[in-house]
Write a protein that binds this ligand. Sequence first.
Ligand code: NAP
Length: 424
Amino acid sequence: MPQYKVAIVGAGPAGYFAAQALQNSQSDELQFSIDMVERLPTPWGLVRSGVAPDHPKIKTVSKVFEKIAAEPGFRLFANVELGSDLTIDQLKEKYDAVVIATGSAVGKKLGIAGEELPGSMSAATFVPWYNSHPDFKDHTIDLSCDTAVVIGAGNVAMDVARILALEPSELDPTDTADHAIDSFKASAVRNVVISARRGPEHAAFTSPELRDLPKLGHTNVIMNKSDISDAISRAGDEPAKDVKSNLDAMLLIAEKEATHHERTITFQFLATPIEIKGAGRVEEVVFQKTGSDEIFSIKCGLVITAIGYEATSLEGVPYEKGKVVNTDGRVHENVYVVGWAKRGPSGVIGTNKSDAADVMKLLVDDLTTPKSAGDITDVITHNRVVTQAHWQVINQAEVAAGEPLGKPRRKAVDREELLRLGRL
Ligand code: NAP
């Protein structure tokens, strides 16, 4: 029975769904050994370090990942980095196919003056910081200002704004990093402005997320009714279904009776950021009213851009415009790409399932004679690989640590601490 070896680089949703598609395509004539390589000591990618902690339902997909990992022939090699521990060429030589599933972790830049000032950062820093990503644990986020501006009109901008404007004790029963909860409790931020460069009819928010906003128990959410009615007129009689659904949800927000909480999220539309100003740190953002000459500014001490992501480049893998160069997921030779590294940062977690399945069909079509060139264990020289068994110990320890605190888990935030929990 032909047994093929596939290496998947990246243990996020796209990587797991690629593994699942390969497992589903197995038959008496076709079997796979799947080795998943992950740079961090923990798997699950964005489900662990991206999804907002106050949206625990979205994280339940990790149960699916664990089922995939429990299938025969699947092995996890976490705490293993492509580049320093092994090269793409070694994987190409040893495996019948290599699947890149490394996502997009680098925040896009506005490219305007002042963007590098202290107090200005990307959601690509802020989100992993509050989600206990080990690479971001030492960032200090200064929340001593009254007003924060979040630039972008997508779900990441909404997550960032909500987390900044929640009553922080609402995060106590979540898996938010302790250091972030402490900072939010000491935070002076009371006004968060979400700023979109286009009108409400072009916003990239999705309607379930918009519909959740009025349910916030301790935060005012403000949209200007005329902004939304103008957008409804511009969208015409037959707007696309998702546009209509978004505008309906926004109208509900705009028409909701004002509440008088201490914390407020305000939506601002048709505002193109042109400069971030400040003497030594952020003091204001200057905007141009989109489509006009009108200039105005908002005084603030924190600016977070949530305007999309780009993939990080891996040596030996061609990159262009923030993505791996590919044709329908084929990169070159026996290398494939799935997920955000393939198509850019769009879609929800489930989008990666059909996307990965399509690419894995091509991979299966391309298979020839199985290789017998060894595997990753011939190459890795250190003995601190986090296998599935180690990860299960870490996972259980985190869940157990969270239990007495009423949290789904208490994440370890430090690489060494994670390795110690895994008894490595
Ligand atoms: P996104 O949905 O693509 O939104 C990016 C936003 O940034 C857009 O509003 C875009 O406006 C704006 N933008 C881009 N360049 C800009 C610039 N130079 N100046 C000002 N604004 C700019 O990206 P995302 O929010 O990072 O989300 C990525 C994906 O993850 C999305 O598919 C999202 O739905 C998904 N996600 C889902 C959830 C959830 O389901 N709860 C949570 C988080 C993320 P233009 O349209 O004008 O370009």
